[in-house]
Write a protein that binds this ligand. Structure first.
Ligand code: HSE
Length: 304
């Protein structure tokens, strides 16, 4: 066993690590309700401290408004006991790219409040508090519980979630352009009302998408992921979306969705994207990155 030498290393050795996965929300037709956890993580090492001390984080987030810290404060408020916190951030989920970095910070802060106070918050309480900050459950549920989840908002304070079975053969590739999309702006781009016939199509699409993911049924997935609620209005925020969609289709026969509110796009297929297709995407403007990611079945993990 390795024992750290310096006092500083000894302290880090005694900190608790919280690992939160990336998430891809909506999955085409499951707007604000479906999401899946993927193995790309933010890690937070935490301990109680004599003042709030955030390490290894961009200066612009190193302040009281930091989302992790805001969630931590809400957790402490709910518990009724506040201790300042030292956090060492090790973040790999890109910010403002539709891969659930906000959910990851929110869950991280709430779990930190709980683990530093005798695990006093239940998972259900953490889920409820996290959804109340984020406003919708589709990133929060898979980030906390892992796998494929359906979440439901009952009202501002009450949320449900359910973990859904998922076929093991799917391959997931996140295609990430170097373009930030603010969720607020991407939500503002959507209509407030939809015609009844469109709503009926959207409901059947969402049901069939979750069934297709469970069965491993590619033709059903292709038929049911033609979203009409958000993708038509958000495509224009993602440069070359249709070209990337075409490359993915020709290479894998799979589908390309907008991940959350973008700009990341998620390819779901039965085979991995070939090197040739990756190079084609990478040669487009905006420095697209291709990340082959497995499902994070366990959601948030705590290491002591
Ligand atoms: N369901 C959300 C949206 C995910 O599409 O706006 C982004 O947080």
């Amino acid at each position: 066993m390795h024992y750290p030498q310096s006092q500083n290393a000894w302290r880090i050795y005694n900190m608790i690590t919280i690992k939160t996965p990336a998430t891809s929300a909506n999955l085409g037709s499951g707007f604000d309700c479906l999401g899946i956890a993927l193995k790309l993580y933010n890690s937070f090492q935490v301990e109680k401290y004599d003042h709030n001390f955030l390490e290894n984080i961009d200066e612009k987030y190193n302040n009281d408004n930091n989302l992790f810290l805001r969630a931590y404060r809400l957790g402490c408020e709910t518990i009724g006991k506040y201790d300042p916190i030292h956090v060492i951030f090790d973040c790999h989920i890109p910010i403002s790219r539709g891969l659930g970095s906000s959910a990851s910070f929110i869950i991280g802060g709430l779990v930190a409040a709980s683990v530093l106070h005798n695990n006093i918050l239940s998972e259900a309480e953490i889920y409820r508090l996290a959804c109340s900050i984020e406003g919708h459950p589709d990133n929060i549920a898979p980030c906390l519980y892992g796998g494929l989840c359906a979440g439901m908002k009952i009202d501002e304070k009450h949320f449900l979630s359910h973990k859904l079975p998922i076929h093991k053969d799917w391959k997931y590739t996140a295609l990430v352009p170097n373009v930030e999309v603010s969720t607020e702006e991407a939500r503002a781009a959507l209509p407030d009302h939809y015609p009844r016939a469109k709503v009926a199509t959207a409901i059947s699409n969402a049901i069939l998408t979750s069934q297709a993911l469970q069965e491993g049924n590619l033709s059903l997935l292709s038929a049911s992921t033609h979203d009409i609620i958000h993708e038509p209005y958000r495509k224009k925020l993602i440069p070359n979306f249709e070209i990337v969609q075409q490359i993915v289709k020709e290479d894998t026969d799979g589908i390309l969705l907008i991940s959350g509110s973008g700009s990341t796009c998620l390819c779901i297929a039965k085979k991995e994207l070939s090197t040739k297709a990756r190079l084609k995407v990478a040669s487009l403007p905006h420095h697209w990155q291709c990340l082959q990611l497995d499902v994070a079945y366990h959601g948030t993990e705590i290491e002591r």
